[in-house]
Design a binder for this molecule. Structure first.
Ligand SMILES: [Zn+2]
Length: 93
């Protein structure tokens, strides 16, 4: 007997106030280039560097994600698209 009810995990998430079902989050959010999403805390990052910046502690010992407050304290910020950047853009002109 086949019972697939245990196997089918709900594949849905909320992004910008809208509920998405059975669609790749990557497609909706538009992860391109080095943009990435942390599989642990679900935050979105504009670069690998920003992602690395929010991971603290020693691998295999106490590796963990910085929370939002920790990231802000570190000088990180979210850009207009909702991705964390390691160094907020300053006015260059
Ligand atoms: Zn994380």
């Amino acid at each position: 007997m086949k019972d697939t009810s245990q196997r089918d995990k709900p594949n849905q998430f909320v992004y910008k106030g809208k509920l998405y079902k059975n669609v790749s989050r990557y497609k909706v959010v538009g992860l391109t280039g080095s943009r990435n999403e942390c599989p642990t805390c679900d935050e979105l990052f504009n670069s690998i560097r920003a992602f690395e910046a929010h991971r603290v502690g020693q691998i295999g010992v106490d590796r963990r994600c910085l929370g939002v407050e920790g990231m802000l304290a570190k000088g990180m910020a979210k850009n207009a698209a909702g991705f964390w950047v390691s160094i907020p853009y300053k006015e260059w002109e």
